[in-house]
Design a protein around this ligand. Structure first.
Ligand SMILES: Cc1ncc(COP(=O)(O)O)c(C=O)c1O
Length: 344
């Protein structure tokens, strides 16, 4: 079975398992795990920040960072189809009393003027005050799109001038970095808080990181424990993440090449479902609105043919390339899709 539901489905390689087996560990709740301490320092430096905190998931690192920026009853602005809005199950409101207001961007690509136009800092006693803006790069449900560094820096400057902080959901910032050539520390320069994931395209089995100032990370460490995610000998996970950053980041370019190739082929099989020029990284989002087939039906037909894809809406299907998907499987995928898309 070829699995393109997500880039989270990869298994650790033999080399990564070796590194895990030999990792030095300690009890991280006591701050004693040397491997996770080193990884936190390494990742903070990569983004030009003071400190970082290992978390089990990207949702948790997003939530920890958002709650250090926004108090109960204040608001964060986020794109309508962003992960923090649609896929974290209301966590910001449930756990932190945060109000969210949204703007819509085509393909999730940031235009600085959109959030700035609706921002309402210091709104007084009548309206909710905006204190933060969350951006997502790459944008998952937008089809892995990369936001331009010019728009991001314009947003950061416009927001800081009005006392508004920027949170970057960088679950796939590695993909944005490889696709755009923009340095990780440059992305870091235009965000107050950041969340990154090791368990997506980088191919580690578990792990994410919250990144910011020392003060915010100290606060997040307390909240991580309060949420029940204080972990013990997590050097075995940090070692895998460290290996992935060193050895896997460059391979993301292959995932991007294969995704673009898939999109080009699909656009010929089923015109109108995808514009290949929108596929900059590893996500291929298919709009099936003009076809007489739902996303669920397409997913079922593909599964019968030996391919797993995501059905994320009635007419929206998603294919995500990753490091356990090679060129031969790419050709097989096209054959399976050909049969599935034209079947009556
Ligand atoms: C953009 C984005 N942010 C955050 C997350 C959350 O990551 P996790 O599944 O580790 O909670 C995801 C997961 O797919 C994501 O795509």
């Amino acid at each position: 079975m070829i699995d393109l539901r997500s880039d989270t489905v990869t298994a650790p390689s033999q080399e990564m398992r070796e590194v895990i087996a030999h990792a030095k560990v300690g009890d991280d709740v006591y701050g004693d795990d040397p491997t996770v301490n080193a990884l936190e320092e390494r990742v903070a430096k990569l983004f030009g920040k003071e400190a970082a905190l290992f978390t089990p998931t990207g949702s948790l690192s997003n939530q920890l960072m958002m709650r250090t920026l926004v108090k109960p009853g204040q608001e964060i602005l986020a794109e309508t189809n962003s992960h923090v809005v649609r896929a974290e199950l209301g966590a910001a409101a449930t756990f932190s009393g945060i109000t969210t207001r949204t703007w819509l961007s085509p393909f999730g690509r940031l235009r600085a003027e959109d959030p700035l136009a609706i921002a309402a800092p210091d709104a007084g006693p009548y309206l909710v005050s905006t204190v933060a803006i969350a951006i997502e790069n790459t944008h998952n449900f937008g089809g892995g799109t990369v936001s331009s560094i010019d728009e991001i820096s314009t947003l950061y400057k416009g927001a800081s001038d009005r006392g508004i902080a920027i949170h970057l959901d960088g679950a796939r910032i590695w993909n944005a970095h490889i696709a755009s050539g923009v340095a990780l520390h440059e992305y870091g320069a235009y965000a107050d808080t950041i969340s990154v994931c090791f368990s997506k395209g980088l191919g580690a089995p578990v792990g994410s990181m919250a990144i910011s100032t020392r003060a915010r990370i100290d606060e997040a460490r307390i909240w991580r424990k309060r949420y029940g995610a204080g972990m013990r000998q997590i050097g075995i996970l940090a070692a895998a993440a460290d290996y992935a950053i060193t050895h896997h980041m460059g391979d993301l370019a292959d995932d991007h090449r294969r995704a673009h190739y898939l999109a080009t082929q699909i656009s010929e099989i089923a015109p109108g479902t995808i514009d290949p020029s929108t596929v900059a990284t590893n996500i291929v989002g298919l709009d099936l609105a003009t076809l007489p087939i739902s996303a669920a039906e397409l997913a079922t037909r593909c599964k019968d043919g030996g391919l797993l894809i995501g059905a994320l809406g009635p007419n929206f299907a998603r294919l995500v390339t990753h490091r356990d998907f090679d060129d031969a499987q790419c050709e097989q995928t096209i054959e399976i899709l050909k049969r599935a898309l034209v079947a009556k």
